[in-house]
Ligand binder design. Structure first.
Ligand code: BG6
Length: 493
């Protein structure tokens, strides 16, 4: 995609929060994969920044340890050594301006290299201190070249998102700000654009005349790991649905943009979000369901309930599962329900978009052994297997008029290819200044607006939350979202 802010490539990439979860699990492995793919320029240095004490060598050893099992493919020793040689480590306190003065001293002079990326892999509460202090020491300049990457959650509701946005704009220009939603970097999600807009076969069917409903599922078997601090205040609606699932919905539902440019894409996505029918206060129960995992069994191993997790209060009512129904009131989608659900501690790690088509209008096979014909599906698996499946009817060979469902599978990867995580694409885009796959603020704002009635309703209903057993597909109650009896959750490809 294009729309680069500038072609000046950064010489320094600063990771604030380098020892944290996000950095260890996503950023560092992704940067290594970019190294292995030969996509990092020779001049790029990386500064790992955190509160913990490490010398440069200790940090590099730490990376050897933590990355050992996170790198895809065979780890190549010379490449790995070249990669870790790019790093230096800085210990510091995010609230202390002296820290930033030291950081500024470590950066090359503007004449030598004028672009730096600051990646905020830190708690949202710390964003303010970082952007303020970067400005104090002049690191918010050169405008347009120094970039700041902001991770979700972008605020915790519409008001705090606006405040955070104002704060960023006090210190950085819009073109310097990269708001990340890493689901947009996932192969299948980008593939969805190609699938929809590069195949004439599909586009005529992609509307309310043919599609019965859409399901978007992001199921995770992991729990909250060591993130209780953050998660217990966020919950599944803020952590996943307002951003990742809502982004998937926009990519499924948007109109073709006039060009594959950042603003054109954002405009179309915003139109979808603006067309989502607001949920009336009294209709929240009919549109959204929350639940929390209780003890259970996953993969034959017993799993704790959410309230028994470390640092979670034993009476917490934070939701770890949410399912919701939305309608998009435009010409293409009016009347087609979009069912979204996500949960932790479900049986499997699986994310997919399932499109169910309508029943044929004519009951042509009524007089044959076929009683009812199951509708067609298109299933797009986002992870773990990036693939597409179409389910269509064929006649069974034989004397009777009987059919069977045939599944046409297309794996996006060839057998010798391995999927990268979304972060490789996105980090490369940050480095190259391409903002197409990053969020514009109005997208974030509209997504908050969509979920706002649910948040407000749940904020006052604080006595009780239903549970589901860890290892199950969530509460049975989630079935009541469906508009008709023949709609059910699709758990498998
Ligand atoms: C993050 C959420 O944004 O996405 C996590 O905060 C979640 O709770 C993660 O586990 C899922 O992303 P992925 O790419 O690992 O499926």
């Amino acid at each position: 995609m294009n729309d680069k802010v500038d072609i000046v490539l950064p010489c320094t990439f600063v990771i604030f929060g380098a020892t944290g979860n996000l950095s260890t699990n996503k950023l560092l492995p992704a940067l290594y994969h970019l190294e292995a793919a030969g996509r990092l320029t020779e001049a790029l240095n990386i500064i790992a920044f955190s509160r913990r004490a490490f010398s440069d060598d200790e940090w590099r050893n730490h990376m050897r340890e933590v990355l050992a099992d996170k790198i895809k493919g065979k780890q190549d020793t010379p490449i790995f050594e070249r990669f870790i040689a790019r790093f230096t480590y800085q210990k510091g306190d995010l609230n202390d301006v002296e820290t930033y003065k030291e950081l500024a001293r470590r950066l090359p002079s503007e004449e030598a290299c004028s672009a730096t990326v600051f990646y905020l892999a830190i708690k949202p509460a710390e964003f303010g201190a970082v952007v303020r202090n970067l400005e104090v020491v002049g690191l918010n300049r050169p405008r347009g070249l120094n970039r700041v990457v902001v991770e979700k959650p972008f605020g915790e509701d519409i008001e705090s998102a606006r405040m955070l946005n104002q704060l960023l704009h006090q210190h950085f220009d819009e073109e310097q700000i990269f708001r990340i939603d890493h689901f947009l970097g996932k192969e299948t999600v980008q593939n969805l654009l190609v699938f929809r807009f590069a195949n004439t076969l599909i586009e005529p069917l992609w509307n309310r005349n043919f599609i019965d409903h859409v399901q978007i599922t992001v199921a995770e078997s992991i729990g909250i790991e060591q993130r209780a601090d953050y998660y217990d205040n966020a919950g599944a609606l803020r952590d996943m649905l307002q951003n990742h699932l809502m982004q998937l919905l926009t990519v499924v539902a948007m109109e073709p943009p006039p060009a594959l440019e950042a603003d054109a894409l954002h405009d179309e996505k915003v139109k979808v979000l603006r067309s989502i029918r607001p949920i009336a206060k009294q209709a929240v129960h009919a549109h959204a369901i929350r639940a929390q995992y209780a003890r259970g069994v996953i993969d034959g191993k017993s799993a704790l309930g959410y309230q028994q997790e470390e640092n979670v209060a034993s009476n917490s009512i934070t939701e770890t599962y949410v399912a919701a129904k939305f309608y998009i009131d435009n010409w293409r989608w009016r009347g087609v329900p979009f069912y979204l659900r996500t949960g932790k501690r479900m049986p499997r790690q699986t994310s997919m978009i399932a499109i169910r088509f309508r029943h044929p209008p004519q009951q042509l096979f009524r007089e044959t052994p076929l009683e009812t014909i199951d509708p067609n599906w298109i299933l797009l698996s986002i992870q773990p297997d990036e693939s597409m499946r179409m389910e269509i009817h064929v006649k069974q060979p034989g004397l009777d008029m009987d059919t069977r469902m045939m599944q046409m599978n297309a794996s996006f990867l060839k057998t010798d290819e391995e999927a990268l995580d979304a972060y490789e694409t996105l980090l490369l885009d940050v480095i190259e200044g391409d903002r197409s796959l990053f969020l514009r603020f109005d997208e974030v704002e509209w997504a908050w607006r969509v979920v706002d009635p649910i948040l407000k309703n749940w904020a006052v209903e604080r006595e009780y939350i239903p549970t589901y057993a860890a290892g199950s597909w969530g509460p049975a109650d989630a079935n009541r979202l469906f508009d008709s009896d023949d709609q059910t959750w699709r758990n498998e490809l």
